[in-house]
Design a protein around this ligand. Structure first.
Ligand code: NAD
Length: 253
């Protein structure tokens, strides 16, 4: 995080946002950082510092040691249950109310966009709050974790978190809907994502192919930065509220 406050916003971008017809925002774990949810890199702390998330968030790890993987997820679920949406989430919720059409595509599994009130949310990587039967695929919205590791009350197979692990396919309907939104929008935001994890990282390029204006919000440079029409270097929780305010409440900018 820069700690220097939000950057000045280019007037041309403010006016593009004010006149946009279909806005798409792709978010990554950086948008939840200010709520206190660790990004993957930061999640290697305390008890879990010995483990590489890429070795816990895989089907192989789960087959090898489901209890260990569940303990890590239970730790992350507890973290998520204790935090609140931050001004970055809230600005995106407000934006949805202000523009004619808005699609929020998230790589996050924490459910904080929905908790903030965002409605049109595509979850590319699932949701850590749900569980799924690893045998029959039934999804449970409510916490079914009573034993460790938990099992399906219908068939006795292991339950797993309803998230996409490294090496797994993304839900095809979610990915198709995300691609369609990216290709059809006139303004695309990439917010708090390292732009390294594909296929989500391809979405901004699809938007550019459809002639959208591309904006990145991130305190740090990413591989996407040099392709962006606007790179807003700062924390999402500061940049996004300022942008929404300047576009839609100009007197209060
Ligand atoms: P990442 O950890 O690879 O990158 C996070 C990005 O956010 C970095 O580029 C960083 O500079 C930026 N960032 C940090 N603080 C920020 C802030 N305040 N405002 C804006 N940007 C900020 O995360 P990723 O790109 O989302 O990809 C990693 C994978 O990790 C994803 O697939 C996601 O499913 C998973 N993940 C999700 C959560 C969550 O749900 N909150 C948490 C950890 C990991």
């Amino acid at each position: 995080m820069s700690g220097e406050g939000p950057p000045e916003l280019p007037p041309a971008l403010v006016s593009t946002l004010r006149n946009a017809k279909h806005v798409v925002a792709l978010t990554g774990s950086g948008v939840s950082a200010e709520s206190g949810v660790p990004t993957f890199r930061e999640a290697q702390t305390g008890l879990w510092e010995r483990y590489d998330p890429q070795e816990l968030a895989t089907p192989e790890a789960f087959m090898r040691d489901p209890r260990l993987v569940w303990e890590w997820y239970q730790w992350r679920r507890e973290l998520v249950s204790e935090v609140e949406p931050n001004p970055g989430h809230q600005a995106l919720t407000e934006l949805e109310r202000r523009v004619p059409s808005f699609t929020l595509i998230t790589q996050n599994v924490d459910g904080l966009h929905q908790e903030s009130g965002s409605r049109n949310v595509i979850e590319l990587h699932g949701n850590i709050r749900r569980t799924r039967c690893s045998g029959e695929g039934i999804v449970f919205e409510r916490d079914e974790v009573s034993a460790m590791p938990p099992v399906c009350r219908y068939c006795g197979s292991l339950l797993r978190p309803d998230v996409v692990w490294f090496g797994e396919m993304l839900p095809p309907e979610a990915l198709d809907a995300a691609s369609e939104a990216a290709r059809g929008c006139d303004l695309f935001f990439s917010i708090g994502t390292s732009s390294l994890v594909y296929p989500a990282a391809a979405l901004p390029y699809e938007a550019m192919g459809g002639a959208a204006v591309l904006v990145e919000v991130n305190p740090d440079e990413t591989p996407l930065t040099r392709h962006a029409d606007y790179s807003l270097r700062g924390p999402a929780g500061e940049v996004l509220p300022k942008l929404v305010r300047e576009a839609f409440e100009p007197g209060n900018g």
